[in-house]
Design a protein around this ligand. Structure first.
Ligand SMILES: Cc1cc2nc3c(=O)[nH]c(=O)nc-3n(C[C@H](O)[C@H](O)[C@H](O)COP(=O)(O)O)c2cc1C
Length: 76
């Protein structure tokens, strides 16, 4: 994309490079890609689950997580 546009501004988020640096520096630790994802489901019910960081979606600061569409993580 010429000039960068939305993709370039997404890549300039300050936390993305800090997160990538921390991941790179701890790549030798198997658990370094684990993080906790807190959500609020139906009726305001909170949940805090461990998930695996799978990378950033291409040309963005969107974090990729794999899950099973049948799980109650996807729908309350
Ligand atoms: C180390 C670890 C990594 C996990 N990574 C994922 C993951 O990437 N995606 C996912 O859907 N669930 C992952 N889970 C499982 C869920 O976070 C959660 O523990 C499981 O779904 C049971 O919680 P629930 O009954 O509240 O859904 C992981 C669990 C552990 C312990």
């Amino acid at each position: 994309m010429a000039g960068g546009g939305a993709a370039a501004s997404a890549l300039s988020t300050p936390w993305r490079s800090l997160l990538q640096r921390a991941l790179d520096g701890n790549a030798h630790l198997k658990h370094s890609t684990f993080f906790q994802l807190a959500t609020v489901g139906g009726g305001g019910r909170p949940a805090n689950r461990t998930v695996v960081f799978r990378g950033f979606q291409e040309q963005s600061d969107k974090i990729q997580i794999n899950t099973d569409a049948r799980s109650n993580k996807v729908c309350c």
